[in-house]
Write a protein that binds this ligand. Structure first.
Ligand code: NOJ
Length: 785
């Protein structure tokens, strides 16, 4: 787990942690980093094989390669067909998904290999989102670790397990920028920031695909949902999005670009309409940006029936029109809607779709199949399947990941003593209360792959094992939604009998987070707020653990409970990881990947917003404006602008001091920066070093994620009040100081300008090295002409 960087006293931010190369036709990274599918595949296959096969294929067989069906537990509304076996033998299916065992995979694969004329293997996919059998924390939790190396390792474990069951393709990572906590799918992604999102996108792709796609334990990644899906209006899943080209390029595209540059073999088009044009029929994003600007050569898969949904969107009046529009816009494969199967042959015959375009799409599918070694090794080894699951080192990694995902939000003293956490080992009795204390299913999180409830150790199990049953007073207290007076009374009694209370409250993972789980209210559901208040009223010290797929609005708790930790849904090792953290064997180091709102009315809420002409900073509501000065600014009259906790925030059991920020240049020239951007075809050299000393001022060792932010002013297009442009996790012993250096390339000082080109401009620059997005050590410089 220890990274090279962690071992070094002088921490240099590796190039991959610098702001990702944004997309632009002329951007040099575009060519050199197109180690995307085409290059990655080049040594694994020969184009001749693809061509030779293509020559033999009938029109129907070609179309078949672009057809994909779910043959297991459905993950969307009803689809057109179920007679897959017959279709496979006729060569009318290219990919299947939602099949989860090697035996089933092999049975279908045999039909394709032995039963179809050209013996083309099927590609088998599944939503392996945060683990296959060994479930890790949900992606929002993994992102809170700010530890891409850890995420890569978790994705590797998922790939090893999934491939052992014959699943060679995952519909992951979800790299949608999520700025609105009402959107249930915030849980599935890496939060609100494009830089962190890009770092995580690369980590997932590397982890899934390994060093070679044709290794038996590699699975193809599928970054999704391209693009803008997270900006759903009102946070309502599947809803429309309006995103300007500038905002798209600056905020929404970078994680996709990073995934493509890391070599993602496939990509999924989204459900949402984008500026009126559905993302699954959007030639601007699919052809212009993805194919032309980024050179993506992999497969574009639709989302589940998103081609058929073009009719619902109102841009197609029948299946044939939907298939034509999606295909011509650049969607290669039709997931679940059957419309390519039913219409593409005729569309080609009638000349509405050219044979050349069809061949190109088929080539892309075949290339991926060759690159994955499926022609040589189409079958999974059933004898090795069971042994691949839940290996001890995978479980240990799941525990580490869970520990790093926890974000300590508050840790105050209780009645004048030391901070409540970590709990003393001498604590005699603990009341463990709440519907999430012993809920194995929710610990797995949404989209839990093959994760089984029996694989999970809950907090109740772990705590009871550690302290013994007589020292743990467990009471459920309430259901996640609902509950009874008896449950409440029992919980109060348990609290009164105990020295300390741990409350485990929050959401139900499967029903309240993930797809189709948008919420208009972000408080604790059901009776849980009432339970919380009753337990606090007992006067016992209370630690609140918040299990959720998004930040929840908890104003009363944050005011009245001394210790509060966001624990997301931590996976199979929830209990051990929580226990070790609560008792101080692990020191929390997670930082928020999303801004934590005070109230739902603040959403969408994100730190990297633009300033306005009437900025406020924050508004002190205790002094309502009496004259024009404070009134006519961008604010609510009944809520502060600032979040409850900012992006990047998270406490530790120790404390850190940030020294002054030193930069080795006070002036940069836009001309030189632009030359650097366009010079070599390689990521450009650093143009500026920014350093600060970070000291552990507490008495425990701890890990800190040091963040680097930038603001540009005076530019052609307004820039965010801050933008994350680097981060580094460091470990510090008590009293230890490390110097952290960020080596910044020209891209850090550049922006998407008013021509939607990525370039440097003269600007005033403010830089921060900081523990979160709201403060830090500051320096300024100028970019001249
Ligand atoms: C629909 C979801 O939007 C997508 O994320 C998922 O991969 C597919 N269903 C397949 O299950």
């Amino acid at each position: 787990m220890t990274s090279l960087l962690h071992r070094s006293a002088v921490v240099v931010v590796a190039l991959m942690f610098c702001r990702p190369a944004p997309a632009q036709t002329t951007h040099p990274f575009g060519t050199s980093r197109e180690a995307n599918v085409h290059n990655a595949l080049a040594d694994a296959i020969s184009e001749q094989k693809v061509e030779a096969l293509l020559q033999k294929m009938t029109l129907e067989e070609k179309v078949g390669q672009l057809v994909q069906y779910s043959a297991g537990q459905p993950t969307g509304p009803g689809t057109g067909r179920t007679d897959y076996e017959d279709m496979i033998r006729k060569g009318e299916i290219g990919a299947l998904f939602n099949i989860t065992t090697a035996r089933q995979v092999n049975a279908y694969q045999r039909m394709a290999i032995e039963g179809s004329r050209l013996h083309i293997p099927l590609l088998f996919g599944l939503d392996v989102i945060h683990g296959f059998r060994t479930e890790f924390p949900i992606p929002l939790g993994l992102a809170s670790s700010w530890d891409p190396e850890l995420v890569e390792q978790a994705a590797r474990v998922a790939a090893r397990e999934a491939s052992a069951s014959g699943v060679r393709w995952t519909f992951s990572p979800m790299v949608d920028i999520a700025r609105d906590a009402r959107w249930g799918r915030m849980a599935e992604g890496s939060g609100e920031d494009p830089f962190l999102g890009a770092a995580m996108a690369r980590a997932y792709v590397r982890g899934y695909q390994g060093s070679r796609l044709d290794a038996a334990d590699s699975i193809a990644a599928c970054p999704k949902h391209y693009v803008g899906y997270g900006a759903a209006e009102g946070g309502r899943d599947y809803n429309s999005t309006e995103i300007s080209e500038h905002t798209l390029r600056q905020f929404y595209l970078p994680p996709f670009r990073a995934a493509v540059d890391a070599g993602a073999a496939t990509l999924m088009s989204a459900f949402n309409s984008l500026n009126g044009v559905p993302a699954s029929a959007n030639p601007f994003t699919l052809k212009q940006i993805l194919r032309k600007e980024w050179g993506f050569q992999g497969i574009v898969d639709s989302d589940w029936t998103s081609i058929a949904e073009l009719i619902g969107h109102g841009i197609a009046n029948d299946g044939a029109a939907a298939a034509r529009k999606a295909f011509l816009a650049g969607v290669d494969m039709d997931m679940a809607s059957s419309l390519y199967h039913d219409n593409l042959t005729q569309l080609v015959r009638s000349g509405q779709v050219s044979t050349a375009a069809l061949d190109e799409a088929v080539r892309r599918v075949l290339r991926v199949k060759f690159a994955m070694g499926l022609f040589e090794h189409p079958y999974a080894d059933e004898t090795k399947e069971a042994a691949a699951m839940l290996q001890p080192e995978s479980i240990l990694l799941a525990r580490t990941a869970a520990e790093r995902s926890f974000v300590l939000l508050k840790n105050a003293d209780f009645s004048g003593g030391a901070p409540l956490l970590p709990l003393s080992k001498e604590t005699k009795t603990i009341a463990l209360i709440g519907p999430l204390a012993d809920d194995r299913n929710s610990m797995l999180g949404s989209w839990a792959g093959l994760g089984q409830p029996e694989d999970v150790i809950t907090l109740r199990a772990a705590l009871t094992q550690k302290l013994g049953g007589e020292r743990v007073h467990y009471a459920k207290g309430a259901e996640i939604i609902g509950g009874s007076d008896e449950q409440l009374a029992e919980a109060v009694k348990a609290a009164e009998q105990s020295d300390t209370v741990i409350l485990a409250l929050g959401e139900n993972a499967a029903e309240m987070t993930g797809e189709a789980a948008s919420r208009a209210h972000l408080g604790l559901p059901g009776h849980q707020e009432q339970l919380l208040e009753k337990i606090v009223a007992t006067g016992r010290p209370v630690v609140l653990l918040v299990f959720s797929g998004r930040p929840l609005t908890l104003p009363w708790a944050l005011e009245n409970v001394p210790a509060v930790m966001a624990t997301w849904f931590p996976g199979v090792q929830a209990g051990p990881a929580l226990l070790r953290t609560l008792f101080g064997e692990a020191n929390p180091s997670g930082k928020l990947a999303v801004s934590w709102p005070r109230s739902v009315g603040q959403e969408p809420l994100y730190y990297d917003a633009l300033s306005t002409g009437r900025p406020t900073g924050d508004t002190d509501l205790t002094h309502p404006p009496e004259n024009g000065d404070g009134k006519y600014v961008s604010r609510y009259i009944d809520e502060q602008n600032s979040p409850q906790f900012p992006f990047g925030y998270g406490l530790s059991f120790t404390s850190f001091r940030y020294g002054t920020l030193e930069i080795d240049r006070k002036q940069l020239s836009a001309k030189a920066l632009n030359e650097g951007l366009h010079s070599s075809g390689q990521p450009a050299d650093a143009v500026l070093n920014a350093s600060a000393n970070i000291t552990n001022t507490g008495t425990r060792a701890g890990e800190e994620t040091v963040q680097f932010y930038i603001r540009l002013q005076g530019t052609s297009v307004a820039q965010p009040v801050r933008a994350l442009s680097g981060f580094q996790r460091i470990t510090l012993a008590p009293g230890e100081t490390k110097r952290v250096t960020f080596r910044l390339g020209p891209e850090v000082f550049s922006l998407w300008n008013d021509q939607n080109k990525f370039a440097a401009e003269p600007a005033r620059v403010t830089l921060w090295i900081s523990p979160d997005s709201s403060r830090g050590a500051e320096a300024t410089l100028q970019i001249t002409n």
